[in-house]
Design a protein around this ligand. Structure first.
Ligand code: IPD
Ligand code: CA
Ligand code: CA
Length: 293
């Protein structure tokens, strides 16, 4: 159990540490970087991702020696995703939007959250390039640069701006599902955006700049802080299937308000059915083609 006073201390401490470490992003975004790949040619990491995670974890360990950590670059080294326990746990993405950072596209941030008893208590998403500091505490609202933010109350997809991720469409196995959903959204919505930072996109839903954010295939560090921001700003986050959201297996359907949920879940299901039918007919075409040669 953490008292409000303990959480206040965690919040003040991590805010200072985040602002300090984010100077690295601001100073390095325009320059050259050593780029390595992780899960594929599209999954980039730089020396700055590693450096920031090291600074954040070192600082937090000194101040809170009993706390646990789930950090992207640490997990990348061990290939083991730790279990979320009741212990206070910091969930860290040192740079969310690394591809943007590599290309000097100014949407990159530090995303850091604290979970206690498996409940998100603190969420901070900071883009030092555009000086956007998004913060949330459970039960205390969500803020951008200290001013309260609130999600959109648009209740229909045809009046919505919908954000998606295109990155996983580079992988052949997931491509047609993602493109099928994109086709469904494009047909209906006011517009589609794909920003390249899950954490910042969740914050844009939290501030009412977009109505929806959807993607599967993410990790806890991409979404932990942003999910708390959306909840505290009055929005709603569920699993892509419409079931409860699972932070440790995040398939994200985040929206400005609950009323959008049934339409979204139905649309994704229909898009997937259409994709599976197309897959089937592609297979038949292929079989027929083989058979006739
Ligand atoms: C990525 C970003 C991106 C999403 C990728 C993530 P990273 O995180 O959030 O928007 O499409 O799936 O991996 O690698 O920049 O921390
Ligand atoms: Ca990330
Ligand atoms: Ca990252």
């Amino acid at each position: 159990m953490a008292t409000q006073k303990e959480l206040d201390h965690c919040y003040d401490f991590v805010m200072k540490l985040t602002i300090e470490s984010a100077k690295i992003i601001r100073d390095a975004i325009q320059g050259g970087k050593n780029i390595e790949t992780k899960d594929g040619d599209w999954d980039l990491v730089t020396e700055y991702d590693k450096k920031i995670e090291e600074i954040l974890i070192d600082g937090l360990v000194k101040e809170f020696p009993t706390h646990k950590f789930i950090g992207e670059e640490t997990v990348s080294k061990t290939h083991v995703l730790p279990k979320l326990t009741d212990a206070p746990t910091w969930i860290i993405d040192p740079i969310d939007g690394t591809t943007n950072f590599v290309h000097s596209f100014p949407h990159a941030c530090i995303s850091i959250a604290l979970a206690v008893n498996r409940e998100l208590e603190i969420g901070i998403v900071y883009n030092p390039v555009l000086e956007q500091m998004f913060t949330a505490r459970r039960g205390r609202g969500a803020y951008l640069n200290g001013k309260p933010i609130k999600t959109s109350d648009v209740k229909e997809l045809r009046h919505s701006l919908i954000c998606l991720e295109a990155s996983y469409a580079t992988i052949e196995e997931t491509r047609d599902i993602i493109l099928g959903r994109l086709e469904a959204f494009v047909t209906l919505a006011h517009g589609i955006r794909t920003l390249g930072s899950a954490a910042l996109t969740l914050c844009y839903v939290a501030m009412g700049a977009a109505e929806v954010y959807h993607t599967d295939n993410l990790y806890p560090w991409d979404v932990a802080a942003g999910v708390l921001l959306i909840r505290e700003a009055g929005g709603h986050v569920v699993d892509t299937s419409g079931d409860d959201f699972d932070l440790m297996k995040p398939r994200v359907l985040a929206m400005g308000n609950k009323k959008l949920a049934p339409e979204l879940v139905k649309l994704i299901k229909l898009a997937d059915i259409k994709t599976h039918r197309r897959r089937g007919s592609d297979k038949n075409t292929f079989n027929n083609y083989n058979g006739s040669t």
